[in-house]
Design a protein around this ligand. Structure first.
Ligand SMILES: [Zn+2]
Length: 428
């Protein structure tokens, strides 16, 4: 890059002129971000106009083709990966899972940086009619626009900006867009974890909040416990002693596993669903229950699974058959020194170059994300919420993103890739 001297001068002049404490933005990047803003809105319109629920294979095929074409047009080496065969199969995992778009850009440097987002939504076919794309004032509305189509759009236009800047100081810039995030990433999780381990930094583009412009360093880990008890049916009136009451055994199991939450570590386990029996006058031959588990630390996953494995062995009715399934829906993302340093650098860019505050939340709030899979087997920094400020994910409210957050977030993502490539982060 050969624009530094001019920008430096410009920055100095601007700072002096404004009399402010912060240096001005890199003018060329700021100009590009402004130029990309309408293009990004156009991309958002395209993405939102294709319905892509996690189980809508047709929609996912369409949207993955569109995204693949965009990165191909920018010179990326693009693969469409079908992750169905090696999926981690959970109760609700569909037979076939949407494809993952992986785009690779080769640079002249050494650093390997990955940008991730997801293209699937929680919505079902037909809901788009009620929430078509539209811009009203500072809000761009659309189904799935905040979670997480804005993430796909921000990554797309960040890559476009890097291209326009002819920036190639990274070694590898990987873009990974999956289509199964909202069903706990059964297909893409292995790939995300493997690639996370092969990169020097991962920026994840779930949306930031409307209330506070911020990054996230920690997200919740989610698991589920399913119990299936098989007994033996018998007439409840004439021969109850010949039956094996599955409901009694299930009730015993639930009660003996009602105290596994641990407030000290933030571990929560709560039984939330159950069903049993078919008729009032029949000893129930089957009973099932499910519990919701939340963890803040990966190690708590192992601990709670072990505890459940132990407890479940203590049966009330030895003749009943008890099957337990512990599903790791999504690991937690834990804040690390590396992720704190990366977030701090982002905060500095925001403050020094844009004069804006940026939060970096290391308290777990809300749902889990794919950033946690990326962080599972690496010490490299993984930071969440590089996306636009938005509202209404998974709700019945109209989902929107703040149009005014487009320029600063494009600026930030571009600057982060540049500084990560050039080893400008502390601790690197
Ligand atoms: Zn999401």
């Amino acid at each position: 890059m050969n624009i530094q001297p001019r920008n430096f001068l410009l920055a100095a002049v601007c700072a002096a002129w404004l009399g402010s404490a912060f240096a001005a933005p890199d003018a060329r990047i700021a100009t590009l971000a402004a130029k990309e803003k309408p293009a990004l809105l156009e991309t958002l319109k395209e993405l939102v106009s294709i319905e892509s629920g996690s189980r809508d294979l047709e929609g996912l095929e369409k949207i993955s083709d569109l995204i693949a074409a965009k990165f191909k047009a920018m010179g990326g080496e693009v693969e469409l990966i079908d992750p169905s065969a090696d999926a981690y199969r959970m109760e609700d995992t569909p037979e076939k899972i949407g494809r993952v778009v992986r785009a690779t850009f080769k640079g002249t440097g050494k650093k390997k940086i990955m940008l991730i987002a997801h293209m699937d939504t929680v919505y079902t076919v037909g809901m788009l009619n009620k929430q078509p794309f539209r811009v009203e004032g500072d809000k761009a509305y659309g189904l799935g626009i905040a979670d997480d189509k804005q993430g796909v759009a921000v990554i797309t236009h960040t890559v476009a900006m890097l291209q326009a800047l002819k920036f190639k100081d990274y070694g590898t810039l990987t873009v990974l867009i999956n289509g199964d995030e909202e069903i706990s990433s059964p297909g893409s999780r292995t790939l995300i974890t493997r690639l996370g381990g092969e990169h020097d930094a991962v920026l994840s583009f779930e949306g930031s909040s409307v209330k506070e412009d911020k990054l996230s360093l920690a997200t919740a880990g989610i698991a589920s416990v399913t119990l299936n008890v098989t007994g033996k049916a018998s007439h409840a009136g004439s021969a109850p002693e010949q039956g094996v009451n599955a409901l009694y055994e299930l009730s015993h199991q639930i009660l003996q596993m009602r105290d596994l939450s641990d407030p000290a570590t933030g571990l929560k386990m709560n039984w939330t669903i159950s069903k049993s029996g078919s008729n009032r006058n029949v000893i129930p031959a089957s009973a099932a229950a499910g519990a919701d588990v939340r963890v803040l630390k990966v190690s708590d996953y192992d601990r709670i699974e072990q505890q459940v494995q132990e407890r479940v062995k203590k049966q009330l009715i030895p003749e009943a058959k008890v099957e337990m399934k512990f599903e790791r829906r999504r690991p937690p993302l834990e804040a690390t020194d590396a992720s704190r340093a990366l977030a701090k650098h982002a905060q500095q860019i925001y403050k020094d170059e844009l004069g804006k505050p940026l939060g970096a939340d290391d308290a777990v709030a809300g749902g889990g994300t794919d950033a946690a899979f990326a962080a599972l087997k690496t010490k490299a920094p993984v930071v969440e919420r590089f996306g636009l400020q938005g509202f209404g994910a998974h709700s019945a409210d109209a989902e929107y993103v703040l149009v005014d957050s487009i320029e600063p977030r494009l600026y930030l993502a571009t600057r982060m890739v540049m500084d990560l490539s050039r080893n400008k982060l502390p601790g690197n």
